[in-house]
Design a protein around this ligand. Structure first.
Ligand code: V47
Length: 413
């Protein structure tokens, strides 16, 4: 151990004791990344052993029109209704995009978008029902707490009523977006008019009360302080103590391109560092001792950092994705998607045991019999996404696409 201030924390982690706010501050302030990573790994292994979960998923973003376009200054995805690049998909267009799931081993639709001023709850409910009908085996993880609260407001309904309607239409869980960082000061700078931290927590509390599990996130690497990070994680831990409804925690790395905040901070082209990405994974794992899983989001931090994160406290890896818009609009230089085979290779390459899961973390498949280059979720299905990108996007995606990640076990099997 290089940093002696971590000694007492290491002893607590070894004894399985809960860490305090001061411990969280010490961890974030320390540069002894290997010790922090080792402790994160210990906490993760205790819960999850060598298993690493992933879902064969597909992201769908029905609209980028958002009433918060001018106030969420960190976001590059949102547009005003008449702004260039604004889009709102018809239900048929959403269903056509989702049809990629027919040829792919998809088990989860991940659906998030903007706060459209006119799209009603019925549009989303019809979408969920239609997806359910067309793809009965695919779970629907849909709408951030911010979108749920927005729909409740424009419909004059309670949050519970909206959530109940979503559940009846087929939603199985909520994604963790929209939390950003709860600190009122940081929020006033980056997301002034967005749902407050308390209100975000209240939507998740309500979802958990109704039996809808959810994910939680923290957006880091912008104007937040170390104390903001720790207080955010402790607020998530507090709600989890109460409800037990969070499935996974995902730290989200701020991307500064094509947004006002990146310009103002002079950060264009400079995303978070790999050092901070790994530290956020490990400290998240250590402070959130009651959340079962920690997910690394490879579209944001690169598949390479995500692979290393698997030994810094992560037991969950973002899935196949198919088409990612939110971070690629903000300058993410990662591929748009990874094939099923690449995901399995990446996990195996870290010496871990891949487990394909559904949205609720029920294991679907393990890979003892896996042969590199021949992973198939369904024996008859082709590997890799077949969804056709627009030609310009397709060229950009091809340029970015990584070669299949090599694994130390390649060739040995
Ligand atoms: O809330 C927006 C983030 C979130 C930027 O639950 C940005 O499995 C970085 O909900 N740089 C939406 N981040 C995405 C979301 C999500 C993502 C991954 C996994 C899960 C899950 C949910 O995207 C927003 C915001 O925090 N975001 N703009 C940006 N420039």
């Amino acid at each position: 151990m290089r940093d002696p201030t971590l000694q007492a924390i290491a002893e607590k982690v070894e004894r399985g004791e809960r860490l305090t706010r001061d411990d969280g501050l010490t961890l974030f302030q320390s540069n002894d990344l290997l010790t922090i990573g080792r402790l994160g790994d210990l906490a993760n292994r205790r819960r999850n052993g060598d298993r690493v979960f992933f879902a064969a998923n597909q992201h769908l973003n029905p609209t980028n029109v958002c009433v918060l376009r001018n106030t969420c200054v960190f976001c590059s995805f949102a547009r005003m209704p008449r702004e260039e690049g604004a889009y709102t998909r018809s239900l048929d267009e959403v269903f056509a995009e989702a049809d990629a799931a027919r040829d792919n081993p998809t088990r989860e639709f991940h659906i998030v978008g903007g706060l459209h001023p006119k799209l009603r709850l019925s549009y989303y409910l019809d979408m969920f029902r239609g997806l359910r009908q067309r793809h009965p085996g695919v779970h629907i993880k849909a709408l951030t707490a911010v979108e749920v609260a927005h729909l409740a407001r424009i419909e004059g309904m309670s949050v519970a009523e909206v959530l109940r309607a979503m559940r009846e239409a087929g939603v199985t869980s909520l994604p963790g977006g929209g939390a950003e960082v709860f600190s009122p000061a940081a929020r006033a700078t980056i997301a002034d008019k967005k749902l407050s931290g308390e209100a975000w927590l209240e939507v998740h509390r309500e979802a958990h009360r109704l039996g809808i599990p959810s994910n939680c996130t923290m957006l880091y690497g912008h104007v937040e302080t170390t104390a903001d990070r720790v207080d955010h994680l402790l607020a998530l831990r507090g709600l989890q103590d109460e409800t037990g409804g969070f499935l996974t925690y995902i730290p989200l790395a701020y991307h500064p391109d094509h947004n006002e905040l990146g310009e103002a901070l002079g950060r264009t082209g400079t995303a978070t560092s790999g050092f901070d990405d790994l530290k956020n994974i490990a400290v998240g794992r250590l402070l959130l001792d009651n959340v079962p899983h920690v997910k690394t989001h490879w579209p944001m931090v690169t598949p390479f950092i995500s692979q290393v994160a698997l030994t810094f406290g992560c037991d969950d890896l973002e899935g196949t994705v198919v088409f990612e818009r939110v971070y690629h609009e903000a300058g993410a230089g990662t591929p748009m998607w990874l094939s099923y085979d690449q995901i399995v290779s990446l996990i195996r390459g870290a010496g871990k045991e891949p487990v394909e899961r559904d949205s609720l973390y029920q294991p679907v498949r393990t890979f003892e019999d896996w042969v590199p280059g021949q992973a198939r979720a369904r024996p008859q299905g082709p590997a890799g996404p077949t969804f056709r990108l627009e030609p310009r996007r397709a060229a950009a995606a091809r340029k970015r696409a990584l070669p299949v990640l090599s694994s130390p076990v390649d060739g040995a099997e």
